[in-house]
Structure formats: structure tokens, C-alpha cells
Design a protein around this ligand. Structure first.
Ligand code: NI
Length: 136
């Protein structure tokens, strides 16, 4: 029997979306506000979901204190109140789109979790726009 547990998290970060091979005009046209030369911020909401078997002894899928601490260490401490382009190694050459941030987050969490868990992350850049990644 598989069950899924989820934990929400949040971070604020600034970014600029930009394709270096394109002209400034083309970048502005395509990325709009997210191409603002002096960067701009988003309030990112994250939902981390793990699927697996309930431990027959504890009745837990995972200790939520552990999951909360893991998200804090790997994601919030790394990205909260940062400029993703300038402060974060992960985005030195990778455009910090919601898609790319979700993939980076997935890999950061995956390496700290037991292989028996299936991992999915959902990242909201705005209330209406969100991206889902499960490693496939
Ligand atoms: Ni933006």
C-alpha cells in the first residue's frame, strides 16, 4: 500500500530571466517583467510530496520533523532572500525559471532521501502559475 505525505515551504527570491544569445529587445519581449535589468522578486511556495510505505512500527511514512529540517537546510537556507542569478551557484549558467528551480530543488532533496521514497515537488511562482517535477 502506497501513501503520500506532503509538506509546504516558502521562500522569497529575486531573479532575472535572460537568454544570452538574444538581444535585449528580444529578452524583454519574451520574458517581460522577469527580464527586469535590476531583477525582481517572487514569493515561491513549495510543496514537497513523498510516496512510499507506512512504517509498520511507527505508523509514519517519514518523520515530518526530519522532512521539515531537510527542506530548511537544502532549500530555504540556500534560496530564501537570495538573488538566484548572482548568489546561487545552481543558476550561474541556468536560467532561473520556475521549471529549472523545481528541477534543482528535486535533485537537492533527492540526494538526502532514502531511495524507497518517490519524490515530487510542486513550485508556485505566483498563485496561478506552478510547475510540477517528479524526476522523470
Ligand atoms: Ni520573475
Amino acid at each position: 500500500m502506497n501513501i503520500t505525505v506532503s509538506r509546504k515551504a516558502h521562500f522569497n527570491a529575486a531573479h532575472k530571466l535572460h537568454v544570452s544569445q538574444w538581444s535585449d529587445e528580444m529578452n524583454k519581449e519574451f520574458f517581460g517583467l522577469c527580464n527586469n535589468p535590476n531583477f525582481h522578486g517572487h514569493n515561491y511556495d513549495l510543496i514537497v510530496s513523498l510516496t512510499g510505505e507506512i512504517d509498520p512500527i511507527t505508523g509514519y511514512l517519514i518523520d515530518m520533523k526530519f522532512l521539515g529540517q531537510l527542506i530548511k537546510e537544502e532549500i530555504e537556507d540556500r534560496f530564501d532572500h537570495k538573488n538566484l542569478n548572482l548568489d546561487c551557484e545552481e543558476f550561474k549558467t541556468l536560467n532561473p525559471t520556475t521549471e529549472n528551480i523545481a528541477v534543482v530543488i528535486w535533485h537537492l532533496l533527492r540526494k538526502r532521501l532514502k531511495e524507497t521514497y518517490t519524490l515530487k515537488v510542486i513550485l508556485y511562482e505566483t498563485e496561478r502559475n506552478f510547475v510540477e517535477y517528479n524526476g522523470n
